[in-house]
Design a protein around this ligand. Structure first.
Ligand code: ADP
Ligand code: DP6
Ligand code: CO
Length: 354
């Protein structure tokens, strides 16, 4: 260890909200999914994680602070990300002896989410994408977004999709070691640039059942789940890719809503049942139904991750009919808090964060 300098790098990462959901692991250790999934990356101008990674011989041990509180980083998933990133840095150091030996220094990671954590708004996705990219930037790794997505996947599955902007698939892959279980861009944001999302925060509280444990209970106990992964999701992945390619909003919306309901049905079919949606979530579903029937066609699509908060997709030219209705009906009604009715553009990541 040559010096006691502090080396530092920062990044932002966006959330992504799946329209075909990842729910189920075929290998919990490598964090490999039972099915492929597809998501839309939202603009990080609105919901985002900011993470700074630094390393120094002054630091006694690796640490992570999230929104000001110390996190336990001893878990296998965080450790797997750290080990992979350090190995890549070590390879660089071995090939160029003039590089400082950052791989030998303790890391200090400081992260902030500007939206509710562990509430079903994909904090683990933005969180681990930012975690991995901040360290990759610090280590000056030459890794591509695809390689980083393979590493981030081990921290949290959904995180692999947050390394890309636009419309992103996580291919479940076939290899035993997970080397092909990575995210790929299905279409850039500009392909369908008037896609919007309005986020309805029904509750910013931490969920009772984390995504990790919820999906493992579903795999172990739900009978509906087998049908979902064998037939339903593979068919919908193809249909969704076509809907995105064709910019066919009615098809996109129908698949999005069906897949959200199918995922929540497997949660209800879990023993003991898992309830991520609440009365407010169901009211949001009714409102979307009402908006669509009044419009005479499908102009809005709801989806819920593992939490009660609704994400409603629509196209910019329907802003008044969709986001406008939500904003006017909800107003300051009790039960709706936080980023109420804020609409978010589906977006590409700025080039400097890739
Ligand atoms: P969510 O629906 O928000 O993704 P999860 O249950 O999947 O909820 O994951 C929440 C967990 O993700 C948090 O408890 C924390 O361990 C991790 N996480 C969230 N944000 C970050 C972050 N910025 N950096 C590192 N880890 C994070
Ligand atoms: C419902 O990626 O949070 O949001 O891999 O265990 O960290 P872990 O789970 P996570 O699960 C996300 C589940 C989901 C659907 C999705 O994002 O595809
Ligand atoms: Co998550």
């Amino acid at each position: 260890m040559a010096d006691n300098k502090i080396y530092r790098a920062s990044t932002f990462a966006p959330v992504n909200i799946a329209v075909i959901k990842y729910w189920g692991k075929r290998d919990a250790k490598l964090n490999l999914p039972t099915n492929s999934s597809l998501s839309v990356t939202l603009s990080q101008d609105d919901l985002r994680t900011h993470t700074t990674a630094s390393c120094s011989s002054q630091y006694p041990k690796d640490s992570l602070t999230l929104n000001g509180s110390d996190q336990d980083i001893s878990g296998a998933r965080t450790q797997a990300c750290l080990a992979e990133l350090r190995t890549l840095r070590r390879q660089l150091e071995e090939s160029d002896s003039s590089l400082p030996k950052l791989s030998e220094l303790s890391l200090k990671i400081v992260s902030r989410n500007n939206f509710p954590t562990a509430a079903g708004l994909a904090s683990s996705a933005a969180g681990f994408a930012a975690f991995v990219r901040a360290i990759a930037n610090l280590y000056e790794l030459k890794s591509t977004p695809t390689e980083l997505s393979r590493i981030a996947r081990q921290g949290s599955g959904s995180a692999c999709r947050s390394l890309f902007g636009g419309y992103v698939a996580w291919q479940m892959g076939e290899e035993k070691d997970g080397s092909d279980s990575v995210a790929v861009e299905v279409a850039p944001a500009e392909h369908w640039s008037d896609m919007r999302a309005v986020i309805l925060v029904a509750s910013a509280e931490k969920k009772d059942v984390s995504s990790t444990s919820g999906m493992q209970q579903t795999v172990a106990t739900s009978t509906l789940f087998a049908e979902r992964i064998a037939n339903t999701v593979p068919r919908r992945m193809q249909e969704m890719e076509k809907a995105v390619a064709d910019k066919d909003f009615a098809a996109f919306a129908s698949l999005t809503m069906k897949d959200s309901n199918s995922f929540h049905a497997t949660c209800l079919d879990t023993e003991p049942p898992i309830f991520y949606m609440n009365d407010t979530s169901r009211a949001a579903i009714r409102m979307v139904d009402m908006i669509n029937s009044e419009a005479g066609n499908t102009i809005a699509a709801y989806t819920f991750d593992a939490g009660p908060n609704a994400v409603v997709y629509y196209q910019a030219h329907d802003e008044a009919k969709v986001a406008g209705v939500f904003k006017s009906v909800l107003g300051d009604k009790e039960g709706w808090e936080g980023a109420r009715g804020k609409s978010v553009e589906a977006a590409n990541l700025p080039k400097d964060s890739q």
